[in-house]
Design a protein around this ligand. Structure first.
Ligand code: GDP
Ligand code: IMO
Ligand code: MG
Length: 413
């Protein structure tokens, strides 16, 4: 029996989709436990076919694994149905491949409208998918779990409540609760057909010795508690958050793997010490194709930040790493690696300051790594040196590294 959790260790978009798809070839179960359609996980098959999943676990792209979506997720019903259709699922058979927890909260038009209001004030640069308000109202016990779809009268009353509550924020014209109810009626059989006991299934699978992969979304630096607050998402993006989101305990996890991009990207606002505003940033964006899979926004780009990575390794409990996008650094003479910060009032520090406002003022201290001409096959000694530097600094072992988007462009260093 084995449970592996896989999480992103930066600000998301590390290549988790690719790595999950790669590992899913040997998995019986792939489960998501946090986030919603703010995620965009891209998988490129060896024939070049590209799939982007926002809600469904990336294990869906493989023919076999059972895919689970846990209570910690927030699910927009219409998006869910469109992804189910794209994956070739039908209500009559969907539950053979996909189980959704009735406890997962639904994202409704009211949440999106509320987010528009909040973004006008906060300017976090969210994905505007209604994620924050859905988690927040869930925490206030004013949420709408998927299971409510099976109780139409109660759902109608909750929608009215939600409408009245959001109206209290002065949010202008709001959709009529009956209209929302009707548009939910049009998709509820799809969602209910795939709703089931996710946590029960997961524990049964674990006891039966099945191989289980927990698929993280976002990245540790976007974690609500341990990320760069307030420029974070509204869920827990660590391995413990992921386990909690599917109903496993911390001791149920056998391995935690962190996915790391060979440089750094960030979408939305918030501090990013190694960001490059000039030609280097432009080069990384161009070569790395750094445009958000969810919103199409250009991603901000910069060098690998080992200080932030060490923090993320600790907070997530990752002992193993998968390094992606080495090919984007091909052809550079030397590559800056951030090994410390200059912090106002404190001087040089090698740990991430916990004070978010102080973090916005740190300056990176770089050491130079030697570049390489091609990372393909990972045979160049300077590629190996780069990997060793990451291992030494973080204390985690790089078990795989990738030099292209396709399934086969990944190997052991
Ligand atoms: P996720 O959110 O962590 O799943 O990452 P995204 O899918 O949002 O973004 C990662 C992007 O990088 C996708 O377009 C992948 O196809 C691509 N990708 C993954 N690994 C590699 C790699 O090693 N090299 C290159 N060039 N692209 C990669
Ligand atoms: P994947 O799973 C990159 C960012 C948003 C914004 C902040 C809050 O593809 O790695 P939210 O809509 O969650 O309230 O936005 O978090 N963000 C992501 N950035 N990849 C993601 O997911 C992200 N999910 C949220 O850009 O800065
Ligand atoms: Mg992404």
């Amino acid at each position: 029996m084995s449970v592996t959790a896989l999480v992103g260790l930066q600000w998301g978009d590390e290549g988790k989709g690719k790595v999950v798809d790669y590992l899913a070839a040997d998995m019986d179960v792939v489960a998501r436990g946090a986030g919603g359609a703010n995620a965009g996980h891209t998988i490129v098959l060896d024939d070049g076919t590209k799939r982007v999943l926002h809600l469904l676990p990336s294990g869906m792209v493989r023919p076999d694994p059972l895919c689970l979506m846990g209570a910690g997720m927030v699910v927009e019903p219409w998006q869910m149905v469109s992804e189910m259709k794209e994956a070739g699922l039908e209500p009559s058979t969907a539950s053979r491949r996909l189980l959704l927890s009735p406890r997962a909260q639904m994202v409704l038009p009211y949440h999106r409208i509320l987010e528009e209001r909040l973004e006008a004030i906060l300017n976090i640069g969210t994905t505007r998918r209604g994620i924050g308000p859905t988690y927040a109202l869930g925490a206030l016990r004013m949420g709408t779990p998927v299971g409510l779809l099976g109780h139409r009268e109660e759902l109608r009353a909750w929608l009215q409540r939600m409408h009245d509550m959001v109206a209290g924020f002065g949010s202008g014209d709001l959709p009529d609760p009956l209209e929302v109810l009707e548009s939910l009626d049009a998709v509820s059989n799809w969602l209910l057909s795939t709703t089931g006991n996710v946590t029960g299934e997961l524990h049964r699978a674990r006891a039966a010795g099945k191989r289980i992969l927990l698929e993280g979304a976002q990245g540790v630096m976007l974690d609500l508690l341990h990320g760069t607050y307030p420029f974070v998402t509204s869920s827990s993006t660590t391995a413990t958050g992921l386990a909690a989101g599917v109903g496993l305990g911390p001791s149920d996890m056998d391995r935690v793997i962190g996915v790391v991009k060979a440089y750094t990207t960030r979408v939305g606002e918030g501090p990013f010490p190694t960001e490059e505003h000039g030609p280097a940033g432009e080069m990384l964006a161009q070569k790395g194709g750094e445009f958000g899979a969810t919103t199409g926004r250009p991603r901000r780009c910069g060098w690998l930040d080992l200080v932030a990575l060490k923090w993320a390794v600790r907070v997530s409990g990752a002992r193993e790493l998968v390094l992606t996008k080495l090919d984007v650094l091909d052809g550079l003479e030397e590559i800056p690696l951030c090994v410390a910060y200059e912090v106002p009032g404190l001087g040089r520090v090698e740990d991430m300051p916990e004070d978010a406002w102080l973090y916005a003022k740190v300056r990176p201290v770089y050491e130079m790594a030697k570049g390489w001409s091609s990372s393909a096959g990972l045979s160049d000694p300077h590629v190996r040196d780069y990997i060793s530097l990451i291992e030494e600094f973080t204390g985690a072992r790089v078990i795989k590294a990738s030099w292209g988007p396709r399934r086969s462009q990944m190997g052991e260093p």
